[in-house]
Every structure is written in C-alpha cells, then in structure tokens.
Write a protein that binds this ligand. Structure first.
Ligand SMILES: [Zn+2]
Length: 187
C-alpha cells in the first residue's frame, strides 16, 4: 500500500505557432498557417526543402526553409523520404519550432492550449496523502506551469499559490517558483 499516487502527464501543444507576415497579396500583416506539406526541390546534387505556410486570408504561400542548398549525399535517405512523403511527425516538429520560425520572420503568434494525456503509474489506494506528477513535454510550450496545474487539477491559481507558500507544492528539479510566471519547459 502506497501513500503516494504517481501520475504522468504527457503534454503536447495543440496549435502550431503562426508567423505574422506582411502579405504582399492581400496587404497588411496576416497570420500564416502551416500547411503540413513540404516542397522539395532538387537542382543537380543540391537539395532545398521548405515547409509551406499559407496566408489565412488569401492562401498566399510562404516557404519556411528546412534544407538550403544541401548536398544530396549529406542528407539521410530517411529524412529525404520523410520530406518527400510529407511525414506528419516531421512537419509537426518543424511547425512547432518557434525559435527557428521567429529567427526568419520576427513576429510569431503563439498558442498555449495543450493536450494532456494522463496515466497512473502507481498508488491511488485509500490512504493516499500525496500526489506526484511527472510532466513530460513533447516540445517546449508557452503555457505557464501554474496555469496548467490550475486547469488540469480544477483549482484556482490563488489556491496553488497558498500551497506553494505552505510548501505543500514542490517542484523538482528546483527552479523559479511555479507561480512566478515560468513557462512550462521540458523536465
Ligand atoms: Zn494574404
């Protein structure tokens, strides 16, 4: 019999960030949405690959460079096959790479909604006195840790703050206080 209930939350962001681009077709700054399709261009031995984005208003495209003038023999065959078949996992990995997108475009619209998959690891008997949550992030998210805990546990953020002040809520590894506005990052 364990007094500890251990649960794992696997957290995946729901909506890919959208670069804000000055659209030269419909005019003005518009969010561009990931099409989840790649374009691969082979010019002799040189390969370029882009992830295609479309203006949400006029469908105009923007190409997010993934490979730029790479020598074919330097590219893993599996990677090339994934690009050519619009592999969803590969598209997702690049579509959620906010840092890389921001380095090209500057302004990016981010979304904090996440999907949380919950799995009981052990414990949960009648005498449970403590809950241990293991958070696994598929990728970095802009969601704040206190907001995630409040929504998923169904309690207010002020209550979380009280727990933290009384040391009833402890975060490991130790870092900034969870109620101080720290975005949830990988463990
Ligand atoms: Zn447009």
């Amino acid at each position: 019999m364990s007094a500890l209930l251990r649960i794992r939350w696997t957290i995946a962001p729901k909506t890919a960030p959208r670069p804000l681009i000055n659209c030269n077709r419909c005019g003005g700054t518009k969010p561009y949405q990931c099409s989840e399709k790649f374009r691969v261009n082979a010019n002799g031995k040189r390969i370029d690959a882009w992830l295609i984005y479309r203006c949400i208003n006029c469908e105009n495209s923007w190409n997010f460079g993934i490979l730029e003038r790479c020598n074919r023999r330097d590219i893993e065959p599996a990677l090339l096959a994934a690009l050519e078949s619009n592999d969803p996992a590969l598209a997702r990995r690049h579509a959620f790479d906010t840092t890389a997108i921001r380095s090209r475009i500057g302004r990016v619209e981010e979304f904090s909604e996440v999907a949380v998959r919950k799995q009981v690891l052990d414990g949960g008997q009648e005498n449970t006195v403590a809950l241990e949550l293991q958070l696994e992030l598929e990728m970095p998210t802009s969601l704040r840790l206190d907001r995630l805990l409040a929504v998923e546990l169904g309690i207010s953020r002020s209550r979380l703050q009280v727990w933290e002040d009384k040391r009833l809520l402890v975060v490991a590894p130790e870092g900034p206080r969870p109620c101080a506005g720290r975005p949830a990052r990988a463990r």
